[in-house]
Design a protein around this ligand. Structure first.
Ligand SMILES: Nc1ncnc2c1ncn2[C@@H]1O[C@H](COP(=O)(O)OP(=O)(O)OP(=O)(O)O)[C@@H](O)[C@H]1O
Length: 497
């Protein structure tokens, strides 16, 4: 029981306090001495390691600090959280981890792995130990939508990043920026390229699909120099952000791909998208009803994308709509060539960065000169019939061979006939055995050559017949003229109409 007689006197309390203070001073001096000796004897890195261990086991939080990285920054996503998630997924094979979270979205190709709740992952950066931990707290929120009360599960998620206070500067100035950069690179590597239709309804996220087109510059059969030129051009384009700003040009580039059907125009677009990791918007001009739609469509596309208008020659009536012969009251409610040109390089085309516009056509000569004049489409790329070097690429793709005794004969035939890479690809796919497939191809090419010869003979004969008929007609005309003149007796020509 508490009694006043047992209370210590003021003098004894003061004396105890003095003793304690003296001991504290003594202890501080001792600690400082030990610190000095330690600094001289033990390297800084090792000291940090020991301290961090001591900190963990003895709960000495004074030497440690923890950064809280929440999922959201108010209403917007927290970029560091996202980056940390990507980064941690690349180091989950660390031996310090016992449990790893694994998942896969239906449309994704790869598993996604990450640290699981309350699991500690120790990363080492520039010799410093950094301890990551994922925290999840579940709670329930009451909703009162439509007058009904319902309970909603809410998850609060954050990462805790702990390290020694002495490394604070390094973490903020080097480690976190490194994570941001690294996650950007990983995102790029794993990016699934999307293909979306683009019509007057704008871009609809629910109709986009993963591109999943296997075409790459390696698999494309096209003139090697042209291929290299295009790849260099694309690379220069993506790294020229500052250049475009400096010269006052919108950061976009236009390519016109032309050539016969089956020469690889669509495959080239897919190869470009795979190379740059750009999404593709496939614009359906037939679904555009008014010039004003172009603006909505442009605004709905994302940066780092390729906008494709295939078979632009099929929309040739645009030319007539715009040639002034039609007196449209309101050009905004019509689709006109000038509307399309505005879409390509007008003011609205400048909203957004790293945009590529690609037109394809089988008939370049049918296009309105305004569409292809210099400066509008930056590069015109001719996709030609197959060449011997193109055939070798296809043989390597389809049969996995670099050489074969039949190559010489086939290459010669290819220079004699117009054959598309698509036709060659189809023949090569007929068998897994190189001998059989190449035999098929050579018979196909020989037949094509024969057909071509007989076609030329028929055409020549038709030309000859035509020439003869023309000659007969001209002779008859001359004859009639001569007769008429003699009847008129040199009178001046009468106007018939
Ligand atoms: N240059 C090429 N290199 C590799 N494969 C090609 C090439 N050209 C065509 N092919 C093959 O032929 C198929 C059809 O080619 P693609 O659709 O790319 O041609 P296109 O020129 O776009 O034809 P179209 O004008 O009819 O749209 C492709 O899937 C591909 O397998």
């Amino acid at each position: 029981m508490f009694s006043l007689s047992k209370m210590p006197s003021t003098t004894s309390v003061l004396s105890a306090y003095t003793t304690l203070t003296a001991s504290a001073v003594l202890l501080r001096t001792l600690v400082s001495e030990v610190q000095n000796m330690t600094n001289q004897l033990i390297p800084k890195n090792l000291q940090d390691k020991i301290l961090s261990k001591v900190g963990i086991f003895m709960g000495n939080y004074s030497s440690q600090m923890t950064l809280i990285i929440e999922e959201n920054n108010g209403l917007t996503p927290n970029e560091i959280f996202e980056a940390s998630k990507f980064y941690l997924s690349t180091i989950v094979n660390h031996p310090s981890l016992q449990r790893v979270k694994i998942s896969k979205a239906e449309k994704e190709r790869k598993f996604s792995v990450n640290i699981s709740k309350d699991e500690k992952l120790i990363d080492t950066f520039e010799g410093v130990e950094l301890i990551w931990e994922l925290k999840i707290v579940e709670s329930q929120k009451t909703n009162s939508d439509d007058g009904y009360l319902s309970l909603e599960k809410v998850e609060q998620i954050w990462y805790e990043l702990s390290f020694l206070k002495s490394n604070r500067e390094m973490v903020l100035k080097t480690y976190l920026p490194f994570i941001l950069e690294r996650s950007k690179a990983i995102k790029e590597e794993n990016k699934v390229i999307k293909l979306s239709p683009l019509g007057s309804y704008g871009w609809q996220s629910d109709v986009n699909v993963n591109l999943d087109h296997p075409s790459t510059f390696d698999t494309l059969a096209m003139d090697p120099q042209l291929k290299q030129k295009l790849m260099d051009d694309l690379e220069r384009f993506v790294r020229r952000r500052d250049y475009y700003r400096r010269v006052g040009k919108a950061w976009k580039r236009g390519y016109l791909l032309y050539g016969p059907p089956g020469t690889g125009k669509s495959s080239l677009i897919a190869a470009m998208a795979n190379y740059l990791k750009f999404d593709i918007y496939d614009m359906e001009l037939t679904s555009v009803h008014a010039n004003s739609d172009f603006r909505t469509m442009l605004a709905s596309t994302k940066n780092r994308s390729i906008i494709v208008i295939e078979d632009i020659d099929c929309t040739i009536e645009l030319q007539n709509r715009d040639d002034g012969s039609h007196n449209y009251k309101d050009s905004e409610s019509q689709v006109t060539l000038s509307g399309l040109l505005n879409f390509i390089d007008g003011l609205w085309s400048c909203c957004g960065d790293e945009r590529i516009i690609v037109f394809t056509t089988n008939f370049k000569e049918r296009l309105d000169p305004a569409l292809i004049r210099p400066g509008r489409m930056d590069m015109h790329i001719h996709m030609s019939y197959c060449t011997p070097s193109g055939f070798k690429i296809l043989a390597s793709n389809y049969l996995g061979i670099k050489n074969h005794w039949k190559f010489g004969e086939i290459e010669e035939l290819i220079t004699e006939v117009n054959v598309t890479p698509a036709e060659i690809a189809e023949e090569l796919m007929k068998s897994d055995h190189a001998d059989i497939a190449l035999d098929e191809l050579s018979s196909f090419l020989n037949k094509k050559k024969e057909d071509c010869k007989s076609k030329i003979v028929v055409e020549n004969e038709a030309d000859k017949k035509g020439d003869e008929m023309n000659k007969e007609q001209t002779d008859a005309k001359d004859m009639r003229k001569r007769k008429g003149n003699s009847r008129r007796g040199g009178r001046s020509r009468r106007k018939i109409f």
